[in-house]
Design a protein around this ligand. Structure first.
Ligand code: HEM
Length: 310
C-alpha cells in the first residue's frame, strides 16, 4: 500500500513542471474567464480583477510556507512530495501574482486619477513594491542561472525573507478585513473568503511554530547536558500559547488599545507611516504563541555541564 502510494507521488504528472501545469493551467483559465466577464474598461472592473487574481495566488504561498513544517510534523510520502515540489508550488504563486501585476499595471497606467485617488497609499505602495521585488528575486534565484549569481547567505535571505514577507502581506490584509474594517467602516463586512484566507494563513504559520517546537523538544530530549523546563516555565509557555490562540480570534476587542500603546512613542507612530506592517498588530497572536513554545521547550544547562548548542 505504502509502496503504491510512494509510486503515485513520484509520478511525473504531479511532480515538478507537471505539478506546476496542474495548478497553473486552471488558474490561468479562471483568471481569463473572469476577465472576459468583467468590464475592465472601467477602473472598478480592473480593481476587482486585482482582488480576484490575487485570491488564486495566495493559497500557494501558504502551501510554500507550510511545506517544511508538515515534513517535520508528519513525515511520510505525502509531506515529502509536498516538500520536494515546494519550488514549483512557489512558481505557481508567482504566475498568480503575474496576473495581479498585469492588472495593477493597467490600473496605474490607464486610470491614473482613480489609482491615485482610490488606491494609492504610501505605506501600501512600499509594502506591495517590496513584495514584488522579493517575488522577482525569488523566481530568478530559484533557477541555476540566478542562483549562481548570489552567495549562500544572499540566497537564503532572498528565499526565506521573501517567503515570510509574501505570507505576511495577504495574512495581514485578511486580518484587517476581519478585525478592523468591519468595526470602523460601516459599509465593510467580512466575507467568507476573508475568513478562509486569514485562518489558512494563520494555520500555515502555526505549523511552522509547531515544527520549530518539535525540533527543539527533540534536541532537548537527546541532550544529556540540558534539563527540561521547570513546571513554572511549562505553565508560562502553555499560558502564552493559549493567550495567543484567544488573541488570534479576537483582534477586534484588543486592536484599539494595543495599537494605541504600540504607536504611542513618536518614533513608532512615524514608522507606521512607511514601514511595512508596523506596528505588527496582526502578527502579535503568533508572536505570543511562538514565545510560549520557546519558553516551554527551552532547556537549561545542568549545573557544571557545558551548554549544548540547540
Ligand atoms: C505595488 C504593489 C501592489 C498594489 C498597487 C496592489 C494593489 C491592490 C489593490 C488595488 C487591491 C484591491 C483593493 C480593493 O479591492 O479595493 C489589492 C488587493 C489585494 N492585494 Fe495587492 N497590490 C500590490 C501588491 C500586492 C502583493 C505583493 C501582495 C501579496 C500577496 C498583494 C496581496 C493582495 C491581497 C491579498 C488583496 C486582497 C484581495 C481580496 O480582496 O481578497 N498585493 N491590491
Amino acid at each position: 500500500m505504502n509502496i503504491e502510494l510512494a509510486k503515485i507521488f513520484k509520478h511525473k504528472a504531479i511532480n515538478t513542471w507537471g505539478l506546476l501545469l496542474v495548478f497553473a493551467v486552471p488558474m490561468c483559465i479562471f483568471n481569463y474567464l473572469a476577465m472576459t466577464d468583467t468590464n475592465i474598461s472601467s477602473p472598478e472592473g480592473v480593481s476587482h480583477m486585482i482582488s480576484y487574481s490575487v485570491r488564486w495566488a495566495v493559497p500557494f504561498i501558504y502551501l510554500v510556507v507550510a511545506a517544511s513544517s508538515v515534513k517535520v510534523l508528519f513525515p511520510g510520502v505525502f509531506s515529502s512530495w509536498w516538500m520536494r515540489n515546494r519550488k514549483y508550488i512557489g512558481l505557481v504563486f508567482a504566475i498568480g501574482m503575474a496576473w495581479q501585476a498585469a492588472f495593477i499595471f493597467i490600473l496605474s497606467t490607464f486610470y491614473r486619477d482613480y489609482y491615485f485617488s482610490e488606491v494609492y497609499y504610501f505605506r501600501d505602495e512600499v509594502e506591495g513594491s517590496v513584495g514584488y521585488i522579493f517575488l522577482v528575486a525569488m523566481v530568478i534565484t530559484s533557477f541555476q542561472f540566478g542562483r549562481k549569481r548570489v552567495n549562500q547567505a544572499q540566497w537564503k535571505l532572498i528565499q526565506k525573507g521573501g517567503i515570510y514577507f509574501l505570507w505576511a502581506y495577504p495574512f495581514s490584509v485578511y486580518w484587517w478585513n476581519l478585525f478592523y474594517y468591519p468595526y470602523v467602516e460601516s459599509y465593510s463586512t467580512a466575507e467568507l473568503h476573508d475568513y478562509i484566507f486569514y485562518w489558512a494563513g494563520f494555520l500555515a504559520f502555526l505549523l511552522r511554530i509547531a515544527a520549530w517546537g518539535k525540533t527543539r523538544n527533540k534536541a532537548l530530549k537527546k541532550s544529556n547536558q540540558l534539563e527540561s523546563p521547570s513546571g513554572l516555565e511549562l505553565c508560562l509557555g502553555v499560558g502564552l500559547i493559549l493567550l495567543g490562540l484567544i488573541a488570534s480570534a479576537t483582534g477586534n476587542y484588543w486592536f484599539d488599545s494595543v495599537s494605541s500603546l504600540a504607536s504611542f512613542p513618536a518614533w513608532s507612530a512615524e514608522m507606521a507611516l512607511w514601514l511595512p506592517f508596523w506596528p505588527l498588530e496582526p502578527f502579535m497572536p503568533l508572536m505570543l504563541i511562538a514565545a510560549g513554545v520557546g519558553v516551554a521547550t527551552k532547556g537549561r544547562s545542568l549545573r557544571g555541564a557545558e551548554v549544548a548548542k540547540i
